[in-house]
Design a protein around this ligand. Structure first.
Ligand SMILES: Cc1cc2nc3c(=O)[nH]c(=O)nc-3n(C[C@H](O)[C@H](O)[C@H](O)COP(=O)(O)O)c2cc1C
Length: 434
Protein backbone atom coordinates (compact mmCIF):
# COMPACT_ATOMS: atom_id res chain seq x y z
CA UNK A 1 0.00 0.00 0.00
CA UNK A 2 2.84 2.29 0.93
CA UNK A 3 4.63 1.50 -2.31
CA UNK A 4 1.44 2.20 -4.22
CA UNK A 5 1.21 5.64 -2.69
CA UNK A 6 4.70 6.71 -3.62
CA UNK A 7 4.21 5.53 -7.17
CA UNK A 8 0.96 7.38 -7.52
CA UNK A 9 2.10 10.78 -6.29
CA UNK A 10 4.08 11.85 -9.41
CA UNK A 11 1.28 10.53 -11.61
CA UNK A 12 -1.14 12.91 -9.92
CA UNK A 13 1.24 15.79 -10.58
CA UNK A 14 1.46 14.78 -14.21
CA UNK A 15 -2.29 14.71 -14.56
CA UNK A 16 -2.51 18.12 -12.91
CA UNK A 17 -0.20 19.65 -15.49
CA UNK A 18 -2.56 18.83 -18.36
CA UNK A 19 -3.72 19.77 -20.98
CA UNK A 20 -0.65 18.84 -23.14
CA UNK A 21 -2.00 20.88 -25.98
CA UNK A 22 -0.94 23.92 -24.02
CA UNK A 23 2.62 24.62 -25.28
CA UNK A 24 3.95 26.30 -22.16
CA UNK A 25 2.69 23.51 -19.91
CA UNK A 26 4.31 20.96 -22.23
CA UNK A 27 7.66 22.76 -22.04
CA UNK A 28 7.53 22.91 -18.26
CA UNK A 29 6.78 19.23 -18.09
CA UNK A 30 9.65 18.33 -20.45
CA UNK A 31 12.13 20.47 -18.55
CA UNK A 32 11.12 18.63 -15.35
CA UNK A 33 11.40 15.15 -16.83
CA UNK A 34 14.25 15.26 -19.35
CA UNK A 35 17.29 16.63 -17.55
CA UNK A 36 18.06 13.31 -15.86
CA UNK A 37 21.43 13.09 -14.16
CA UNK A 38 23.93 11.91 -16.79
CA UNK A 39 24.75 8.67 -14.94
CA UNK A 40 21.05 7.71 -14.93
CA UNK A 41 20.81 8.59 -18.60
CA UNK A 42 23.83 6.41 -19.37
CA UNK A 43 22.42 3.54 -17.34
CA UNK A 44 19.05 3.74 -19.08
CA UNK A 45 20.76 3.90 -22.48
CA UNK A 46 22.99 0.93 -21.63
CA UNK A 47 19.99 -1.14 -20.47
CA UNK A 48 18.03 -0.22 -23.59
CA UNK A 49 21.00 -1.08 -25.83
CA UNK A 50 21.60 -4.30 -23.93
CA UNK A 51 17.97 -5.33 -24.33
CA UNK A 52 18.05 -4.43 -28.03
CA UNK A 53 21.27 -6.44 -28.47
CA UNK A 54 19.67 -9.54 -27.00
CA UNK A 55 18.16 -10.04 -30.43
CA UNK A 56 20.92 -11.59 -32.57
CA UNK A 57 19.62 -9.63 -35.55
CA UNK A 58 20.08 -6.23 -33.97
CA UNK A 59 22.50 -3.92 -35.76
CA UNK A 60 24.18 -3.19 -32.41
CA UNK A 61 25.93 -6.54 -32.66
CA UNK A 62 27.56 -5.74 -35.99
CA UNK A 63 28.17 -2.03 -35.48
CA UNK A 64 28.81 -1.71 -31.75
CA UNK A 65 29.73 -4.90 -29.91
CA UNK A 66 31.88 -6.58 -32.57
CA UNK A 67 33.96 -3.42 -33.24
CA UNK A 68 34.28 -2.87 -29.48
CA UNK A 69 35.59 -6.41 -28.96
CA UNK A 70 38.01 -5.85 -31.86
CA UNK A 71 39.28 -2.68 -30.16
CA UNK A 72 39.81 -4.40 -26.83
CA UNK A 73 41.29 -7.75 -27.87
CA UNK A 74 43.84 -9.38 -30.15
CA UNK A 75 42.34 -11.62 -32.82
CA UNK A 76 43.01 -14.77 -30.82
CA UNK A 77 41.65 -13.25 -27.58
CA UNK A 78 38.54 -12.13 -29.49
CA UNK A 79 38.07 -15.65 -30.87
CA UNK A 80 38.47 -17.22 -27.42
CA UNK A 81 36.11 -14.66 -25.89
CA UNK A 82 33.49 -15.45 -28.55
CA UNK A 83 33.73 -19.17 -27.79
CA UNK A 84 33.50 -18.58 -24.04
CA UNK A 85 30.45 -16.30 -24.36
CA UNK A 86 28.68 -18.84 -26.55
CA UNK A 87 29.65 -21.64 -24.20
CA UNK A 88 28.25 -19.79 -21.15
CA UNK A 89 25.03 -18.97 -22.98
CA UNK A 90 25.88 -15.25 -22.98
CA UNK A 91 24.91 -14.59 -26.56
CA UNK A 92 22.02 -12.91 -28.32
CA UNK A 93 19.16 -15.11 -29.49
CA UNK A 94 17.08 -15.47 -32.60
CA UNK A 95 13.62 -15.05 -31.24
CA UNK A 96 12.16 -16.69 -34.32
CA UNK A 97 14.14 -18.76 -36.74
CA UNK A 98 11.89 -20.57 -39.15
CA UNK A 99 13.59 -21.48 -42.42
CA UNK A 100 11.50 -20.72 -45.47
CA UNK A 101 10.82 -23.87 -47.57
CA UNK A 102 12.63 -22.24 -50.54
CA UNK A 103 15.89 -22.70 -48.60
CA UNK A 104 15.53 -26.48 -48.31
CA UNK A 105 18.47 -28.58 -49.56
CA UNK A 106 18.31 -32.27 -50.49
CA UNK A 107 21.79 -33.68 -49.99
CA UNK A 108 23.39 -37.03 -49.09
CA UNK A 109 19.93 -38.61 -49.05
CA UNK A 110 18.77 -36.26 -46.30
CA UNK A 111 17.40 -32.74 -45.99
CA UNK A 112 18.99 -29.54 -44.73
CA UNK A 113 16.52 -26.84 -43.74
CA UNK A 114 18.91 -24.17 -45.02
CA UNK A 115 22.17 -24.04 -46.95
CA UNK A 116 24.29 -21.93 -44.56
CA UNK A 117 27.09 -23.65 -42.67
CA UNK A 118 29.68 -22.63 -40.10
CA UNK A 119 33.09 -23.61 -41.48
CA UNK A 120 35.83 -25.44 -39.57
CA UNK A 121 38.24 -23.51 -37.39
CA UNK A 122 35.75 -21.44 -35.42
CA UNK A 123 34.74 -24.29 -33.09
CA UNK A 124 37.93 -26.32 -33.28
CA UNK A 125 37.22 -28.43 -30.19
CA UNK A 126 33.44 -28.87 -30.52
CA UNK A 127 32.59 -26.64 -27.58
CA UNK A 128 29.71 -24.59 -28.99
CA UNK A 129 27.82 -26.88 -31.37
CA UNK A 130 24.35 -26.12 -29.98
CA UNK A 131 24.78 -22.34 -29.70
CA UNK A 132 25.80 -22.31 -33.38
CA UNK A 133 22.70 -24.27 -34.38
CA UNK A 134 20.67 -21.87 -32.22
CA UNK A 135 22.08 -18.99 -34.28
CA UNK A 136 20.50 -20.43 -37.42
CA UNK A 137 23.24 -22.44 -39.12
CA UNK A 138 21.93 -25.45 -41.02
CA UNK A 139 25.31 -27.19 -40.89
CA UNK A 140 28.00 -26.87 -38.23
CA UNK A 141 31.50 -28.20 -38.89
CA UNK A 142 33.75 -28.61 -35.87
CA UNK A 143 37.55 -29.17 -35.99
CA UNK A 144 40.08 -29.64 -37.38
CA UNK A 145 40.79 -32.25 -34.70
CA UNK A 146 44.14 -34.06 -34.57
CA UNK A 147 44.58 -37.53 -33.01
CA UNK A 148 46.92 -36.35 -30.25
CA UNK A 149 46.69 -33.00 -28.49
CA UNK A 150 49.11 -30.42 -29.93
CA UNK A 151 49.58 -26.73 -29.17
CA UNK A 152 49.83 -25.38 -32.73
CA UNK A 153 52.18 -22.58 -33.68
CA UNK A 154 53.55 -20.00 -31.24
CA UNK A 155 51.51 -16.82 -30.77
CA UNK A 156 50.87 -14.35 -32.30
CA UNK A 157 49.30 -16.50 -34.98
CA UNK A 158 46.02 -14.76 -35.82
CA UNK A 159 45.79 -11.26 -37.34
CA UNK A 160 42.97 -8.97 -38.37
CA UNK A 161 42.78 -6.97 -41.59
CA UNK A 162 39.69 -5.14 -40.40
CA UNK A 163 39.34 -2.71 -43.30
CA UNK A 164 39.15 -5.70 -45.63
CA UNK A 165 36.91 -7.78 -43.34
CA UNK A 166 39.64 -10.39 -43.56
CA UNK A 167 42.03 -12.29 -41.29
CA UNK A 168 45.30 -14.17 -41.63
CA UNK A 169 45.84 -17.20 -39.41
CA UNK A 170 48.63 -19.66 -38.85
CA UNK A 171 47.15 -21.52 -35.89
CA UNK A 172 48.74 -24.76 -37.15
CA UNK A 173 46.06 -27.18 -35.93
CA UNK A 174 46.01 -26.35 -32.24
CA UNK A 175 43.85 -29.19 -30.99
CA UNK A 176 42.90 -30.79 -27.71
CA UNK A 177 43.06 -34.12 -29.54
CA UNK A 178 40.59 -36.91 -30.28
CA UNK A 179 40.02 -38.15 -26.73
CA UNK A 180 39.05 -34.79 -25.23
CA UNK A 181 36.65 -33.93 -28.06
CA UNK A 182 35.22 -37.44 -28.03
CA UNK A 183 34.47 -37.20 -24.31
CA UNK A 184 32.43 -34.03 -24.87
CA UNK A 185 30.69 -35.41 -27.94
CA UNK A 186 29.78 -38.61 -26.15
CA UNK A 187 28.36 -36.65 -23.21
CA UNK A 188 26.32 -34.47 -25.59
CA UNK A 189 25.15 -37.55 -27.52
CA UNK A 190 24.09 -39.46 -24.39
CA UNK A 191 22.24 -36.45 -22.96
CA UNK A 192 20.39 -35.62 -26.17
CA UNK A 193 19.69 -39.24 -27.08
CA UNK A 194 17.66 -39.65 -23.90
CA UNK A 195 15.51 -36.67 -24.93
CA UNK A 196 15.33 -37.63 -28.62
CA UNK A 197 15.59 -41.44 -28.77
CA UNK A 198 14.38 -41.53 -32.39
CA UNK A 199 16.85 -38.96 -33.74
CA UNK A 200 18.60 -39.98 -36.93
CA UNK A 201 21.03 -37.06 -37.09
CA UNK A 202 23.94 -36.32 -34.76
CA UNK A 203 22.98 -32.67 -34.77
CA UNK A 204 19.85 -33.74 -32.81
CA UNK A 205 18.08 -30.99 -34.78
CA UNK A 206 15.54 -31.45 -37.53
CA UNK A 207 17.25 -31.19 -40.90
CA UNK A 208 20.59 -29.91 -39.65
CA UNK A 209 24.00 -31.63 -39.90
CA UNK A 210 26.90 -31.86 -37.50
CA UNK A 211 30.09 -32.31 -39.50
CA UNK A 212 33.48 -33.23 -38.03
CA UNK A 213 36.67 -32.04 -39.71
CA UNK A 214 39.70 -34.31 -39.33
CA UNK A 215 43.31 -33.16 -39.35
CA UNK A 216 46.66 -34.84 -38.80
CA UNK A 217 49.29 -34.22 -36.16
CA UNK A 218 52.33 -32.22 -37.25
CA UNK A 219 54.49 -35.35 -37.00
CA UNK A 220 51.64 -37.84 -37.48
CA UNK A 221 51.08 -40.38 -40.22
CA UNK A 222 49.47 -38.95 -43.33
CA UNK A 223 47.00 -41.83 -43.70
CA UNK A 224 46.66 -43.41 -40.25
CA UNK A 225 45.81 -40.10 -38.55
CA UNK A 226 42.75 -39.67 -40.77
CA UNK A 227 41.69 -43.32 -40.42
CA UNK A 228 41.73 -42.93 -36.64
CA UNK A 229 39.52 -39.88 -37.09
CA UNK A 230 36.99 -41.88 -39.12
CA UNK A 231 36.91 -44.69 -36.53
CA UNK A 232 36.57 -42.36 -33.56
CA UNK A 233 34.25 -39.69 -34.93
CA UNK A 234 32.20 -41.60 -37.54
CA UNK A 235 29.50 -42.51 -34.99
CA UNK A 236 29.06 -38.86 -33.96
CA UNK A 237 29.13 -37.18 -37.36
CA UNK A 238 26.50 -36.46 -40.00
CA UNK A 239 29.45 -35.84 -42.35
CA UNK A 240 33.22 -36.28 -42.05
CA UNK A 241 35.64 -33.83 -43.66
CA UNK A 242 39.20 -34.75 -44.61
CA UNK A 243 41.24 -31.58 -44.40
CA UNK A 244 44.28 -31.73 -46.66
CA UNK A 245 44.50 -28.01 -47.30
CA UNK A 246 45.55 -26.09 -44.21
CA UNK A 247 48.58 -24.02 -45.20
CA UNK A 248 49.94 -24.13 -41.65
CA UNK A 249 50.93 -27.80 -41.28
CA UNK A 250 54.12 -28.57 -43.19
CA UNK A 251 53.53 -30.94 -46.11
CA UNK A 252 49.76 -31.15 -45.62
CA UNK A 253 48.85 -29.57 -48.92
CA UNK A 254 51.04 -32.13 -50.72
CA UNK A 255 48.32 -34.64 -49.89
CA UNK A 256 46.29 -32.96 -52.62
CA UNK A 257 48.55 -34.58 -55.23
CA UNK A 258 46.55 -37.13 -57.25
CA UNK A 259 48.14 -40.44 -56.27
CA UNK A 260 48.47 -39.54 -52.57
CA UNK A 261 44.93 -38.19 -52.45
CA UNK A 262 43.38 -41.17 -54.22
CA UNK A 263 45.21 -43.54 -51.87
CA UNK A 264 44.17 -41.58 -48.76
CA UNK A 265 40.54 -41.10 -49.76
CA UNK A 266 40.11 -44.72 -50.88
CA UNK A 267 41.27 -45.91 -47.45
CA UNK A 268 39.07 -43.35 -45.71
CA UNK A 269 36.02 -44.58 -47.63
CA UNK A 270 36.86 -48.21 -46.72
CA UNK A 271 37.19 -47.25 -43.08
CA UNK A 272 33.87 -45.40 -43.21
CA UNK A 273 32.23 -48.44 -44.81
CA UNK A 274 33.51 -50.55 -41.91
CA UNK A 275 31.68 -48.40 -39.38
CA UNK A 276 28.77 -50.42 -38.23
CA UNK A 277 26.59 -51.08 -35.27
CA UNK A 278 27.39 -47.75 -33.65
CA UNK A 279 25.68 -45.33 -36.01
CA UNK A 280 22.78 -43.09 -35.02
CA UNK A 281 21.14 -43.97 -38.34
CA UNK A 282 22.08 -47.57 -39.15
CA UNK A 283 20.71 -47.11 -42.68
CA UNK A 284 23.26 -44.48 -43.64
CA UNK A 285 26.98 -44.00 -43.05
CA UNK A 286 28.44 -40.52 -42.79
CA UNK A 287 29.32 -39.00 -46.15
CA UNK A 288 33.01 -38.22 -46.73
CA UNK A 289 34.06 -34.80 -48.02
CA UNK A 290 37.55 -33.58 -48.78
CA UNK A 291 38.47 -29.94 -48.17
CA UNK A 292 40.87 -28.39 -50.66
CA UNK A 293 42.81 -25.16 -51.15
CA UNK A 294 41.98 -22.32 -53.51
CA UNK A 295 45.63 -22.04 -54.63
CA UNK A 296 45.54 -24.76 -57.25
CA UNK A 297 46.20 -24.77 -60.98
CA UNK A 298 43.58 -26.12 -63.37
CA UNK A 299 45.47 -29.44 -63.85
CA UNK A 300 45.68 -29.81 -60.05
CA UNK A 301 41.95 -29.17 -59.67
CA UNK A 302 41.26 -31.67 -62.44
CA UNK A 303 43.32 -34.31 -60.65
CA UNK A 304 41.50 -33.65 -57.36
CA UNK A 305 38.19 -34.18 -59.15
CA UNK A 306 39.57 -37.44 -60.54
CA UNK A 307 40.72 -38.60 -57.07
CA UNK A 308 37.29 -37.80 -55.67
CA UNK A 309 35.59 -39.86 -58.37
CA UNK A 310 38.04 -42.78 -58.16
CA UNK A 311 37.82 -43.01 -54.38
CA UNK A 312 34.02 -42.58 -54.44
CA UNK A 313 33.89 -39.90 -51.78
CA UNK A 314 30.69 -37.91 -51.51
CA UNK A 315 31.74 -34.29 -51.70
CA UNK A 316 34.41 -31.60 -51.99
CA UNK A 317 34.61 -28.37 -49.96
CA UNK A 318 36.34 -25.55 -51.78
CA UNK A 319 38.00 -23.75 -50.17
CA UNK A 320 40.32 -23.40 -47.23
CA UNK A 321 42.28 -20.17 -46.70
CA UNK A 322 44.64 -18.84 -49.39
CA UNK A 323 48.39 -18.30 -49.25
CA UNK A 324 47.99 -15.64 -51.94
CA UNK A 325 48.02 -11.93 -51.08
CA UNK A 326 45.89 -10.08 -53.61
CA UNK A 327 47.61 -6.83 -52.51
CA UNK A 328 46.11 -4.72 -55.29
CA UNK A 329 42.63 -5.49 -53.94
CA UNK A 330 43.48 -5.02 -50.26
CA UNK A 331 42.73 -1.80 -48.43
CA UNK A 332 45.06 -2.79 -45.58
CA UNK A 333 48.55 -1.65 -46.47
CA UNK A 334 50.39 -2.44 -43.22
CA UNK A 335 52.99 -5.19 -42.70
CA UNK A 336 50.26 -7.46 -41.32
CA UNK A 337 49.42 -8.38 -44.93
CA UNK A 338 52.76 -10.16 -45.19
CA UNK A 339 52.23 -12.32 -42.09
CA UNK A 340 52.69 -16.01 -42.89
CA UNK A 341 49.47 -18.00 -42.91
CA UNK A 342 46.16 -18.35 -44.69
CA UNK A 343 44.08 -15.35 -45.69
CA UNK A 344 40.30 -15.58 -45.41
CA UNK A 345 37.30 -13.27 -45.60
CA UNK A 346 36.18 -10.90 -48.35
CA UNK A 347 39.41 -10.82 -50.42
CA UNK A 348 39.34 -14.63 -50.66
CA UNK A 349 35.98 -14.72 -52.43
CA UNK A 350 37.07 -14.05 -56.03
CA UNK A 351 40.00 -16.48 -55.65
CA UNK A 352 37.82 -19.23 -54.16
CA UNK A 353 34.99 -18.69 -56.64
CA UNK A 354 37.34 -18.92 -59.63
CA UNK A 355 38.81 -22.21 -58.37
CA UNK A 356 35.28 -23.39 -57.55
CA UNK A 357 34.08 -22.81 -61.11
CA UNK A 358 37.03 -24.82 -62.43
CA UNK A 359 36.22 -27.64 -60.02
CA UNK A 360 32.61 -27.63 -61.17
CA UNK A 361 33.80 -28.06 -64.76
CA UNK A 362 35.46 -31.36 -63.80
CA UNK A 363 32.77 -32.71 -61.45
CA UNK A 364 29.47 -31.82 -63.05
CA UNK A 365 29.37 -35.16 -64.88
CA UNK A 366 29.34 -36.91 -61.48
CA UNK A 367 27.19 -36.90 -58.35
CA UNK A 368 29.94 -35.38 -56.21
CA UNK A 369 28.46 -32.67 -54.00
CA UNK A 370 30.30 -29.35 -54.06
CA UNK A 371 30.34 -27.09 -50.99
CA UNK A 372 31.26 -23.44 -51.51
CA UNK A 373 33.39 -21.59 -48.99
CA UNK A 374 35.61 -18.52 -49.02
CA UNK A 375 34.72 -14.91 -48.32
CA UNK A 376 30.95 -15.44 -48.16
CA UNK A 377 29.31 -12.63 -46.18
CA UNK A 378 25.91 -12.03 -47.78
CA UNK A 379 22.97 -13.74 -49.43
CA UNK A 380 24.27 -12.50 -52.79
CA UNK A 381 27.64 -14.24 -52.22
CA UNK A 382 25.91 -17.48 -51.23
CA UNK A 383 23.69 -17.36 -54.33
CA UNK A 384 26.74 -16.76 -56.54
CA UNK A 385 28.33 -19.96 -55.21
CA UNK A 386 25.04 -21.86 -55.60
CA UNK A 387 24.65 -20.81 -59.22
CA UNK A 388 28.26 -21.85 -59.79
CA UNK A 389 27.36 -25.33 -58.47
CA UNK A 390 27.45 -25.26 -54.64
CA UNK A 391 24.84 -27.49 -53.01
CA UNK A 392 25.39 -25.54 -49.80
CA UNK A 393 27.91 -23.03 -48.46
CA UNK A 394 30.01 -22.36 -45.37
CA UNK A 395 31.59 -19.28 -43.84
CA UNK A 396 33.71 -18.28 -40.88
CA UNK A 397 35.46 -14.88 -41.16
CA UNK A 398 32.32 -12.86 -41.91
CA UNK A 399 30.75 -14.24 -38.72
CA UNK A 400 33.64 -12.74 -36.74
CA UNK A 401 33.05 -9.32 -38.32
CA UNK A 402 29.27 -9.25 -38.57
CA UNK A 403 28.32 -11.12 -35.44
CA UNK A 404 25.74 -13.61 -34.25
CA UNK A 405 22.86 -12.59 -36.53
CA UNK A 406 24.73 -13.29 -39.75
CA UNK A 407 23.33 -16.72 -40.62
CA UNK A 408 19.76 -15.44 -40.16
CA UNK A 409 20.50 -12.29 -42.16
CA UNK A 410 21.95 -14.27 -45.06
CA UNK A 411 18.98 -16.66 -45.01
CA UNK A 412 16.58 -13.72 -45.18
CA UNK A 413 18.50 -12.18 -48.09
CA UNK A 414 18.53 -15.47 -50.00
CA UNK A 415 14.82 -16.05 -49.35
CA UNK A 416 13.96 -12.59 -50.64
CA UNK A 417 16.08 -13.00 -53.76
CA UNK A 418 14.77 -16.49 -54.53
CA UNK A 419 11.19 -15.30 -54.19
CA UNK A 420 11.94 -12.44 -56.58
CA UNK A 421 13.33 -14.96 -59.07
CA UNK A 422 10.44 -17.37 -58.38
CA UNK A 423 12.89 -20.19 -57.67
CA UNK A 424 14.02 -22.43 -54.83
CA UNK A 425 17.62 -22.93 -53.65
CA UNK A 426 17.65 -26.42 -55.21
CA UNK A 427 16.60 -24.96 -58.56
CA UNK A 428 19.49 -22.51 -58.74
CA UNK A 429 22.29 -24.97 -57.93
CA UNK A 430 24.64 -25.03 -60.93
CA UNK A 431 22.25 -22.88 -62.98
CA UNK A 432 25.21 -20.92 -64.44
CA UNK A 433 26.14 -23.83 -66.66
CA UNK A 434 22.75 -25.38 -67.33
C1 LIG B 1 41.24 -18.66 -37.62
C2 LIG B 1 40.88 -19.70 -38.64
C3 LIG B 1 41.11 -21.04 -38.34
C4 LIG B 1 40.79 -22.01 -39.27
N1 LIG B 1 40.99 -23.33 -38.96
C5 LIG B 1 40.61 -24.29 -39.82
C6 LIG B 1 40.74 -25.65 -39.49
O1 LIG B 1 41.17 -26.02 -38.40
N2 LIG B 1 40.36 -26.57 -40.41
C7 LIG B 1 39.85 -26.22 -41.63
O2 LIG B 1 39.51 -27.09 -42.43
N3 LIG B 1 39.70 -24.92 -41.97
C8 LIG B 1 40.07 -23.96 -41.10
N4 LIG B 1 39.91 -22.65 -41.43
C9 LIG B 1 39.40 -22.30 -42.77
C10 LIG B 1 37.89 -22.01 -42.77
O3 LIG B 1 37.17 -23.15 -42.45
C11 LIG B 1 37.44 -21.52 -44.17
O4 LIG B 1 37.68 -22.56 -45.08
C12 LIG B 1 38.17 -20.29 -44.63
O5 LIG B 1 38.38 -19.41 -43.57
C13 LIG B 1 37.44 -19.57 -45.75
O6 LIG B 1 36.16 -19.16 -45.35
P1 LIG B 1 35.84 -17.66 -44.83
O7 LIG B 1 36.44 -16.71 -45.80
O8 LIG B 1 34.36 -17.60 -44.76
O9 LIG B 1 36.48 -17.56 -43.49
C14 LIG B 1 40.24 -21.65 -40.53
C15 LIG B 1 40.00 -20.30 -40.80
C16 LIG B 1 40.31 -19.33 -39.87
C17 LIG B 1 40.03 -17.89 -40.20
Amino acid sequence: MFALNIKRAPLKRLVASRPFSNASNKQTLQSKILPLPSSTFLLVTAIALGAYSLDARSAANEYLWCPLIRQLTTAEQGHNLGIQLLKCGLYPRLFSDVDDPVLKVEVFGKTLSNPIGMAAGFDKHGEVIDPLFNLGFGYVEIGSITPLPQPGNPTPRFFRLSQDEAVINRYGFNSVGHLAVLADLKYRFDTLHIKHPNATLNSFRDNKFLAINLGKNKTGDEVEDYLKGVQNFGPYADALVINVSSPNTPGLRDLQNESKLTNLLTKVVQERDNLDGKLIDPTSKPPILVKVAPDLTEPEIKSIAQSAKDSKIDGIILSNTTIQRPTENLITKSDVVQETGGLSGKPLKPIALKAFKTLRKYTKDSDIVLVGCGGISSGKDAIEFAKAGATFVELYTAFAYKGPGLARKIKDEITEELKKEGKTWMEIIGSDDK
